[in-house]
Design a binder for this molecule. Sequence first.
Ligand code: NAD
Length: 288
Amino acid sequence: KGKRAFIAGVADDNGYGWAIAKSLAAAGAEILVGTWVPALNIFESSLRRGKFDESRVLPDGSLMEITKVYPLDAVFDNPEDVPEDIKTNKRYAGSSNWTVQEAAECVKQDFGSIDILVHSLANGPEVTKPLLETSRKGYLAAISASSYSYVSLLKHFIPIMNPGMLSLQLMTEILNLQYITHRYGGGMSSAKAALESDTRVLAFEAGRKHKIRVNTISAGPLRSRAAKAIGFIDMMIDYSLANAPLQKELSADEVGNTAAFLASPLASAITGAVIYVDNGLNAMGVGV
Ligand code: NAD
């Protein structure tokens, strides 16, 4: 029987979440996605209008099916957390059940269980500011949207995850990319460091308690919507081309395929790992 995956952080066909969905679909998984509420309408209407059809093509020629799109805002755990200005915001008012807890409940009602959980989302309102100039509010917002969102997703989805399954998140290299990542500001570098550490702690807790594996892919630079918004993604790609062991542009599919491997029984002894999918750039050290 095919596995069922819930992928949080898909709102177009350019990012890593979409590529992971495709690789999992190609391997036979049923795909559910969680889409940020403000991006939901445009994503769903683009899907319906066939705007993504070209990028839905799988290696066997068939089209990836997304069984259901769930609205999600991973910054809020339950309705009590949602402030009035968001509740009444036009972009949120048309959707319901989009806090993490409610989304997990809806998936449970609709499908009973999942086998694979993917966290492919991040947000940092002050990402273009150096850390020294970042406000407390901006820093905490980055950690909330990019790191705690993962803890929260796992916490709420783990009761409906089948044992032996995988939970996966994406992060950016931070350790060996100082040259570039000192510009990855606003607390985003901090958020990614938290994710790296949480991978190990969550792997222990989820492994012991639920027999679930927890791994992280540290991906190289990709021209996604989020990355373009930060503004120096081309420089990061050039830096990688100039310095990485493999001098080729990274494709999102290479990250998707790694996710499919990690989600498969082929990786049944891999947990608590941060896997670099970056043309080897991480191996080059700080002083390149
Ligand atoms: P992306 O724009 O495709 O994905 C980010 C998604 O997060 C978007 O769909 C956005 O709508 C969603 N999102 C933001 N705030 C949210 C919230 N509060 N609740 C729910 N969803 C929310 O861009 P991407 O680059 O593919 O990013 C996916 C992950 O990969 C992120 O964690 C990112 O940091 C990481 N990553 C990206 C790169 C890169 O160069 N693009 C490199 C390494 C890691």
